[in-house]
Design a protein around this ligand. Structure first.
Ligand code: SF4
Length: 490
């Protein structure tokens, strides 16, 4: 589709926006979304890219098979998987964005990145026997800034991964990379496409020059436009932009101007994240004056305005910050009830397991999660000692598995079949989840959820509060150890 024909497209004439679609992608309407309602659910809440959430992981050491909550090695289940996702964390960045809460290393010493790659490839070899021959249907490079790597090292990385893993060729597999448009040459797009990458995710945040200065991330829209065109010309079939609201100096009018520019550029997918200002936890954020942070009311107004602008232009709201064009496969997957969720948010191709390589990377299998050391020194030393860097994780028990499935159902399919739960537990839903249903009463009263005889059903309004709905089923959030500090919803 020509990108200009998308902006302001007549949604009524678009067949994918007609009746009969899953409620997950019905056109977004925002009636009765009052400031008071949004404010009521704006407090800290996990994003549920995993369950249990990563802050609950306990010490876990490869070779000893021990966790705080049970004995076991979740990576043993890799031998039974039929498809695999691969994630590689590239933590290096050329300069510091003041809002950043990622695991990153700001450096101009390129040699650090090159030797880090040696370690990542060493770690990959630790998995060789464990995943022998399993088709890898999804590869994602995240960061940090994966495009910090030069073309030769990007090639070295992918070729090195190919020596260990069975990376599937062609566009049936999903090869995606997070790109910083300030650190991406058009020639690198050729290299990436040649290596099989077909999805590009660009961190935009905001186009307003004042906001860009306040967060130390200057990137003119022309640069993004040129890269977007170049990526399309080279056959990248999905381009995604990350935007943030609640940044210093932002207001509704300036964010709307950014959204208008974005709509003009017509990315296939958009993630619109809330900025959580937590300077006590993230050192970089201390460089932002708290006086410049918009008020909670202003953030709510921004979220509403941005979402309305996007949906008026034809984008579909998938839930939890994510929008897609109606012709994007993500919209079709939502319509078929085939969306899933992983650490990158919504995904089309959930594999049976994920292997995460690099500092702080998280992996999972049907039996649980495991995560690498966060710091460069610890990661390097662990790889040098044992070829892997696992330090914490979680072995799932039956109750975890049940709740994990329920949270995914609610967040991806907006419905929870009570009968399926009775089949799994042998106990009536209302009995097993009496405390959870009690917690949900205010949300039901607010019209976010319907408690039907056979299912729980997220309403149109409830799609804005999927994190809050899911949180009702989080056993650990409501347990005796409220240790976690989550970002606010708004
Ligand atoms: S926002 Fe991205 S580019 Fe900026 S410092 Fe953080 S990881 Fe690096």
């Amino acid at each position: 589709m020509d990108e200009n024909s998308f902006a302001g497209a007549d949604r009524a004439s678009d067949p994918s926006v007609s009746a009969g679609l899953s409620p997950a992608i019905s056109p977004l309407t925002t009636p009765e979304l009052s400031t008071a309602l949004l404010g009521r659910y704006a407090g800290p809440c996990p994003r549920y890219t995993s369950y249990p959430t990563a802050d609950r992981f306990a010490a876990m050491i490869a070779g000893e098979g021990s966790t705080a909550n049970s004995e076991g090695k979740p990576w043993d289940a890799l031998k039974d998987v039929e498809t695999l996702s691969l994630y590689v964390h590239i933590p290096f960045c050329r300069s510091l964005c003041y809002f950043c809460a990622c695991n990153k290393v700001i450096t101009r010493q390129y040699g650090l990145a090159s030797s880090y790659l040696d370690r990542v490839l060493e770690e990959a070899r630790w998995y060789r026997e464990r995943v022998a021959g399993v088709p890898v249907t999804q590869l994602h490079l995240g960061g940090g800034t994966p495009t910090y790597l030069n073309d030769s090292d990007l090639t070295r990385l992918v070729h090195g991964l190919q020596e260990v893993f069975n990376l599937q060729p062609g566009d049936d597999a999903e090869y995606s990379i997070e790109a910083d448009p300030r650190v991406l040459e058009v020639e690198t797009l050729d290299t990436l496409r040649g290596l099989g990458f077909n999805r590009l995710s660009m961190g935009i945040q905001d186009f307003n020059p004042d906001v860009q200065r306040a967060i130390n991330r200057i990137c003119p829209p022309e640069q993004v436009r040129a890269l977007t065109h170049a990526a399309r010309e080279r056959g990248f079939r999905s381009i995604s932009y990350d935007l943030i609201y609640g940044l210093p100096g932002q207001d509704v009018a300036s964010l709307e101007r950014t959204i208008d520019t974005v709509i003009d550029l017509a990315p296939d997918r958009i993630a619109l994240y809330h900025y959580a200002h937590l300077p006590h936890r993230f050192k970089a954020q201390r460089l932002i004056s708290s006086d410049l942070i918009p008020s909670p009311e202003s953030k709510i107004a921004m979220q509403l305005a941005a979402a309305r602008r996007l949906t008026d232009a034809g984008y579909l709201f998938l839930g939890v910050d994510h929008f897609s064009r109606p012709d994007d496969p993500m919209a079709a997957a939502a319509a078929r009830g085939q969306l899933a969720r992983n650490f990158q948010g919504y995904t089309l191709m959930p594999a049976d397991a994920l292997v995460g390589l690099g500092a702080s990377a998280i992996s999972y299998s049907r039996d649980g999660y495991w995560q690498n050391h966060h710091g460069q020194k610890e990661y390097a030393s662990a790889i040098a000692t044992g070829g892997q860097a696992i330090c914490r994780g979680w072995q799932l028990d039956d109750d975890d598995r049940l709740r994990q499935w329920m949270i995914m159902e609610l967040m991806c399919h907006l419905r929870l079949d009570k009968r399926a739960i009775v089949l799994r537990t042998g106990v009536p839903f209302e009995q097993y989840f009496a405390a959870e249903l009690e917690r949900l009463q205010p949300l039901i009263a607010d019209g976010l959820l319907r408690d039907n005889v056979d299912d729980l059903e997220v309403t149109e309004r409830g799609r804005w509060f999927l994190r809050n709905i899911a949180a009702a089923f989080d056993r650990y959030l409501h347990g005796s150890d409220p240790q976690a500090q989550y970002s606010r919803v708004l």
